[in-house]
Design a binder for this molecule. Structure first.
Ligand code: XMP
Length: 495
């Protein structure tokens, strides 16, 4: 019986065990489409999601990911209200309409209006009486008289002809209206009352990100993590506008988690992605609970020690392909979470059925990742740690503990935890947009070699060849000393 366990054991494979075979192709990398499904009801323009980790994704990272067409998952190692605030920050930053608009009144003095503009860092103020816009005043109107006529009333100087727009006005229409009327600000009104303001500066800024991930109201999309039984958090995040709620747990193939996922999904309007899993049986269980997406990865992450500490895991390409086999048949998208080091790994994950990948270490250390830059031996680094590391489990709201089914009791909490992750640093890498550009560039090249012009075609057309350790050695640069660091092939690998 016991020898059979080993004899019958299947083989598991990961990124370095395979290459993709080039196919006849008429596809130019520059023409491929990388739009993909993140969950049953949502699409994004690039198949990359940033990890729900406290050294990876807070609002700054989520905004940068959404700007470039990806998605950030706000981590949950913070209180519910803090996490809600992070979600709101992402939503507000991608919203063309500034909703908490700063206004003044007709009887305010010029000096007061000037001071308000200084304090709030704005250059113009709608003038409001009984919530109705009756004028607009800009810094340009005030500057010539701010010293000589400081006590004059706003109503004496304001422009009375105010051009307003409705909430339904599109950015393009707003831009046309602003140009035609030679104004820089357009108050947004509903039933004649002011509800916000749109500025030309913000419209032009928005045009810089044509592929951004946006919700139906034009705001940035954002995801947020919750614990497997944390319904209160999930509902609060949903109310705050999160587009996706990601149940974030080390082992989601448990009957109580599966049945709770079904309940949670009914209580929220966001799509629900659940993970992590690594087998076909786990996928079947969660699909039967009608979740909107599956997240795959037990132990492939750069900071994970689950496979060493628990001796459990499935090499990532095998795990992703096993889940995708089941999920694709029923139209449930798959996230390949963890273990990616190069753009080629992203392409391979999609080739075995992933719809998106989740990355931690690849985007940790960037400008947008939380944490300070530290200098060691003259080089710049940023902290990167596993959510099951001692530091993450005992820091923040302690969310790492329930991710790994552990309880914190008493003051000697360190002594009672069994970490499944490590803490370290990664090189400081500049802006995340540059990393995404290289990752997507590599994916597009791969799609060109495979003759795939869409992500779906890549999943269908990618063909794999198994390689040996010598094949891996041959694949990397060899027999030279690299003198110029390449933006997509770090020479300072840390381990
Ligand atoms: P990469 O390889 O992109 O992996 O750095 C990021 C993913 O790793 C998972 N994660 C952990 N897994 N122990 C684990 O076993 C941990 O402490 C840990 N922290 C994060 C997570 O899925 C993440 O997206």
């Amino acid at each position: 019986m016991f020898t059979r366990k080993l004899k019958d054991a299947p083989q598991g494979f990961t990124f370095d065990d395979f290459l993709m075979v080039p196919s006849e192709s008429t596809v130019e990398p520059k023409n491929v489409k990388t739009r993909t499904r993140i969950s049953r009801n949502l699409d994004i323009n690039i198949p990359i999601i940033s990890s729900a980790m406290d050294t990876v994704t807070e609002s700054e990272m989520a905004i940068a990911m959404a700007q470039d067409g990806g998605l950030g998952v706000i981590h949950r190692n913070m209180t519910v209200s803090e996490q809600v605030e992070e979600v709101k920050k992402v939503k507000a930053s991608g919203d063309l309409t500034i909703r908490d608009v700063i206004t003044t009144t007709p009887d305010a003095s010029i000096a007061e209006a000037n001071q308000l503009m200084d304090e709030e860092g704005v250059n113009g103020l709608p003038v409001v009486k009984d919530r109705k816009v009756i004028g607009i005043i800009s810094r340009r109107d005030i500057l010539p008289i701010v010293n000589s006529d400081a006590d004059s009333k706003v109503e004496e100087v304001m422009t009375e002809r105010v051009v307003t727009i409705e909430e339904s006005t599109t950015p393009e229409e707003a831009l046309d209206i602003a140009y035609e009327n030679k104004v820089e600000r357009l108050p947004v009104v509903k039933d004649d009352e002011i509800v916000g303001i749109v500025t030309i500066k913000d419209i032009l800024e928005r045009k810089k990100y044509p592929s951004a991930s946006r919700d139906d109201d034009g705001r940035f999309m954002v995801a947020a993590a919750t614990g497997p039984f944390d319904l209160e958090r999930a509902i609060a995040l949903d109310k705050a506008g999160a587009d996706v709620i990601a149940v974030d747990v080390a082992h989601a193939h448990k009957p109580d988690i599966v049945s709770f996922a079904r309940k949670m999904n009914k209580e929220i309007s966001a799509d629900l992605i659940v993970g992590n899993i690594a087998t076909r049986e786990a996928a079947e269980a969660l699909i039967s609970a009608e979740v909107d997406g599956l997240k795959v990865g037990i132990g492939p992450g750069s900071i994970c020690t689950t496979r060493i500490i628990a001796g459990v895991g499935v090499p990532q390409l095998t795990a992703v392909s096993s889940v995708a086999d089941v999920a694709h048949d029923v139209g449930v998208p798959v996230v390949a979470d963890g273990g990616l080091r190069y753009s080629g790994d992203l392409a391979k994950a999609i080739g075995v059925g992933a719809d998106t990948v989740m990355v931690g270490s690849l985007v940790a250390g960037t400008h947008e990742a939380p944490g300070d830059v530290v200098i060691m031996n003259g080089r710049k680094y940023k902290q990167y740690r596993g959510m099951g590391s001692l530091g993450a489990m005992t820091g923040g709201s302690g969310a790492g503990t329930d991710r790994y089914f552990q309880e914190v009791k008493g003051p000697m909490k360190h002594a009672k935890l069994v970490p499944e992750g490590v803490e370290g640093v990664v090189p400081h890498k500049g802006k995340v947009g540059e990393i995404l550009f290289q990752l997507i560039g590599g994916l597009k090249a791969s799609m060109g070699y495979s003759g795939a012009s869409t992500i779906k075609e890549m999943q269908e057309r990618a063909r794999f060849i198994r390689i040996t350790a010598s094949g891996v050695a041959e694949s990397h640069p060899h027999d030279l000393l690299i003198t110029n660091e390449s933006p997509n092939y770090p020479t300072t690998r840390l381990m």
